[in-house]
Design a protein around this ligand. Structure first.
Ligand SMILES: *Cc1c(COP(=O)(O)O)cnc(C)c1O
Length: 460
């Protein structure tokens, strides 16, 4: 299996090379050259497997036997999901006439752990092969930073530098980052905004000499390995709810921001998983809903919401779907992305729009409806939803039997939950005591040179 760019400008590469490259060097995203399809008999066989066994089967399809990590896949998978507190890793539980696919049993209690626990181990294994070192650099508004830090803490050959806006992330989010005291973890609080952090990171990545010298790497949702890890739980959830009946179709509702999670569902479908609907649920930041309705992809301004991990303007993974929608025509993708950059929008024809809308049922969910869904689910079933999950459950309301992806633990977003039900959620053991643990963090001015200095000193 080889990997190509959505913009057609890189030589085909192996799985391991794609993981190390992250963003393709031509600015595009990496995808497998072809999508492996599994027959119904294979699906039936898979439905008896544990999450870890299934992960090995699914991931092996995306690499060649000679790939540097292919022979160690089982060991890597076992290590990656050993940090989850539920024996099933991603259990499926009933809630009224729907199912909840619980993706929040990892170390930071959000679904990003599923992918980032694996990615950390993949990086470590690949670096060990070359005796290499890498420095991961990223800016976060909360969730991704903590999941990335927990993914690489204590890993050989990797240092991580995560920028967050000083005093502007929730106390829990801040503590989930700054109480990780492993010597390879560097938290940097910027006296500024999330945008300042992003700008600084971008400037350092654009300094090619610096990037080269310090072997800067990224962990954002464009890495192919993150999508791959997420494909697994679509198969797993189907198996848990269909009882091995390959005639039985599943439908998923996915709280969406950067389009990574729902794109994994699309890939599972293309691989032969019987799926009859993917509900694309957004909050008021609805660029994807507007695209499905009008065929025009137009960036707006980000509005803060109760579900902050879905507050995005541009969905970075959408380019992967666009590539398939445009018939794997890299030239056509490049043309659309150039237009987006220059004019702030692009359009596809009505025929293509319909094709997309036949796969994704897009729904925008208001803040009021989100709060109402948390309250109603609590009253009716005694189950607490976090605001992101509530967006997906609300969007699935008209379709009984859906599998709703539960992307975060409610205690992580306690303020929204308290607004909805009048009391704060109970603290799980992973969060209890977090506020009194020792923490380490440097506070610096919102300037590129200040961050560069931190990296130089620590990575020297
Ligand atoms: C990141 C995130 C999402 C959105 O996932 P995408 O892959 O960006 O679409 C939803 N819920 C939570 C809790 C998240 O952290």
């Amino acid at each position: 299996m080889r990997y190509v760019s959505t913009r057609g400008g890189v030589e085909p590469m192996t799985f391991s090379q794609a993981v190390m490259m992250g963003l393709a060097t031509d600015g595009g995203l990496l995808l497998p050259e072809r999508i492996p399809v599994s027959a119904p008999a294979v699906l039936r066989q898979w439905s008896g497997l544990t999450f870890q066994q299934l992960a090995v089967e699914v991931m092996a399809l995306f690499m060649t036997p000679g790939d540097p990590v292919a022979g160690r896949l089982e060991e890597l998978v076992i290590r990656s999901f050993a940090t989850f507190t539920h024996p099933e890793v991603t259990p499926v539980t009933p809630v009224g006439e729907h199912w909840l696919l619980e993706l929040f049993h990892g170390p930071t209690l959000a679904f990003k752990d599923v992918a980032l626990q694996l990615l950390g181990n993949l990086f470590e294994a690949l670096l060990a092969d070359h005796g290499g070192q890498m420095n991961i650099l990223g800016a976060t508004s909360g969730d991704t930073g903590s999941a990335a830090i927990h993914g690489v803490r204590g890993k050989k050959g990797i240092r991580i530098f995560i920028l967050h806006p000083h005093g502007r992330v929730s106390p829990i989010q801040e503590r989930q980052m700054t109480t990780v005291l492993d010597s390879n973890v560097h938290n940097i609080a910027i006296r500024g905004s999330f945008d300042d952090g992003q700008r600084i990171v971008k400037e350092l990545f654009n300094d090619l000499a610096f990037k080269e010298t310090y072997r800067l790497g990224a962990v954002n949702s464009i890495n192919w390995a993150r999508i791959l890890a997420q494909i697994v739980y679509y198969f797993y959830a189907w198996a848990r709810t269909a009882d091995g009946n390959t005639e039985r179709k599943a439908a998923f509702s996915v709280p969406t921001g950067n389009f990574g999670d729902i794109f994994a569902g699309y890939m599972a479908m293309r691989m032969g998983l019987p799926v009859d609907r993917l509900v694309l649920a957004t909050n008021c930041n609805d660029i994807l809903v507007r695209f499905m309705e009008t065929g025009v992809y137009r960036a707006g301004t980000v509005q803060p919401s109760l579900s902050p991990s879905m507050d995005i303007q541009i969905s970075s993974n959408f380019e992967r779907f666009l590539y398939y929608l445009l018939g794997e025509d890299a030239e056509a993708v490049r043309e659309r992305m150039t237009r987006l950059q220059q004019e702030g929008l692009f359009a596809i024809g009505e025929e293509k729009r319909r094709e997309a809308a036949a796969i994704f049922t897009a729904r925008r969910v208001s803040e009021e409806a989100t709060l109402h869904r948390i309250h109603a689910t609590w009253m009716a079933h005694g189950i607490l939803l976090d605001p992101h999950t509530a967006v997906g459950v609300e969007a699935a309301r008209e379709f009984p039997g859906m599998i709703c992806l539960a992307t975060a633990h409610p205690a992580k977003f306690g303020m929204a939950v308290e607004r909805a039900i009048g009391m704060p959620p109970a603290m799980p053991p992973a969060l209890e005591g977090l506020l009194s643990l020792p923490a380490r963090c440097r506070v610096v001015a919102p300037e590129t040179e200040a961050v560069r200095k931190c990296i130089r000193e620590s990575a020297g």
